[in-house]
Ligand binder design. Structure first.
Ligand code: NAD
Ligand code: ZN
Ligand code: ZN
Length: 360
């Protein structure tokens, strides 16, 4: 029997989202039905609504979520009904050429539910293969990772996207280690998580850069040792001034804009690493002097989901949270109801929040 549940749908490009009743099938082989308890509002949901990801409307938005497994398909063994889980959008396949080479965090064939959720008989495109601005959602069982149920759902859910992307951009992709200098461009949910990750990894100098003074204040709370307001100061010069004229070992771009990527590129020390975690739109281009790409050495990397492995990283990060070493609660600016996502998008655009989290 399919389940009729309330959900947040983006029907057309740029139009406000609407509350609809959708149909969610019972789980088949390899699938899990999850009762969503909390789901953060991530900038990527807004990118979907704006048609910046693809044009496969209608979208079922929401992808940064925690919940309780309600039912699983016959063959599912990794989770069972009643488990407290964080949903992930990269359930690795174990069989593609990247998984077989021992690099599963790059998996090229990640799993999603096979059956479709529908609205009036029309197949929905769930954001990042999750679709968790809904009372229930259907995912591939590998997209549900069991964690300690004593964590609050609104904090735990954040690990499912932005916080993992940021922490992992610093700790996994950027390989930040003890004594490193790090600059993070854009101090929203993702950027501040990168700052928290750099601190956890033992960075010595952590520079938060944003055009919004309020975000810079938060960056200090998450562990930035210095901040730069790039609306009034050249961030490349300012980063150099804070690093003995050299630039940083790791420069993390957490905005998704060409001019910010170029700043990150030039704010890095010789042989340093640039990590792009912000998501550009398909029209954006970067223009860099090729001689500088060569002459500066080091590496230019992109970070998909913080190069995480949910089974390895989510339970560990929840343990750090429960031990008081990773302040997930600080990312939660407000909790809201399911029908308040559109207003939360506007608050995000105005820079008023780190994360609005829908609680069900
Ligand atoms: N790679 C991934 O796996 C992944 C995962 C989640 C989110 N993202 C992306 O990361 C980016 C950030 O997401 P978020 O949720 O933190 O968004 P957000 O809106 O909360 O934060 C963006 C921040 O960038 C700042 N900013 C805007 N223009 C700037 C500029 N020119 N210079 C410096 N700072 C500027 C804003 O003031 C804001 O603080 C988005 O593009 C999002 O889609 C990527
Ligand atoms: Zn794979
Ligand atoms: Zn996200």
């Amino acid at each position: 029997m399919p389940h009729s549940v309330r959900a947040v749908i983006a029907r057309a490009q740029g139009e406000p989202v609407s509350m609809e009743t959708i149909e969610v099938p019972d789980p088949g082989p390899g699938e899990a039905l999850v009762a969503v308890k909390a789901c953060g509002v991530c900038h990527t949901d807004l990118h979907y609504r704006e048609g910046a990801i693809n044009d496969e409307f209608p979208f079922l938005l929401g992808h940064e979520a925690a919940g309780i497994v309600e039912a699983v398909g016959n063959d599912v063994t990794n989770v069972a009904p009643g488990d407290f889980v964080i949903l992930n959008w990269r359930a690795v396949c174990g069989e593609c050429r990247s998984c077989k080479r021992g690099r599963p965090w790059y998996c090229f064939a990640t799993h999603n539910a096979t059956q479709k959720m529908t609205l009036d008989g029309v197949e929905l495109s769930p954001a990042l293969g999750i679709g968790a601005f809904a009372e229930k959602t259907l995912v591939a069982a590998g997209q549900a990772t069991k964690v300690d149920p004593s964590a609050s759902p609104e904090a735990a859910g954040l690990i499912g996207c932005g916080v993992m992307a940021g922490l992992g951009a610093a700790m996994n992709t950027g390989g930040v280690g003890r004594g490193d200098s790090v600059a993070v461009f854009g101090c929203g949910g993702v950027g501040n998580a990168a700052i928290a990750g750099a601190r956890l990894a033992g960075a010595h100098t952590i520079i938060g850069i944003d055009i919004d003074a309020g975000k810079l204040e938060l960056a200090r709370e998450f562990g930035a040792t210095h901040t730069i307001d790039s609306s009034s100061e050249d961030p490349v010069e300012a980063v150099r001034a804070l690093t003995g004229g050299n630039g940083v070992d790791v420069a993390i771009e957490a905005v998704g804009r060409p001019e910010v990527y170029e700043q990150a590129f030039f704010a890095r020390d010789l042989a340093g690493t640039v990590v792009l975690v912000g998501v550009p739109n398909p029209t954006m281009r970067v223009d860099l002097p090729m001689i500088e790409v060569f002459g500066r050495g080091g590496s230019l990397k992109s970070s998909w989901y913080g190069d995480c492995l949910p089974e390895r990283d989510f339970p560990m990060l929840i343990d750090l949270y429960l031990q008081g070493r990773l302040d997930l609660d600080r990312f939660v600016s407000e909790t809201i109801a399911l029908d308040e996502v559109e207003e939360a998008f506007h608050r995000m655009e105005r820079g008023e929040v780190i994360r609005s989290v829908v609680v069900l």
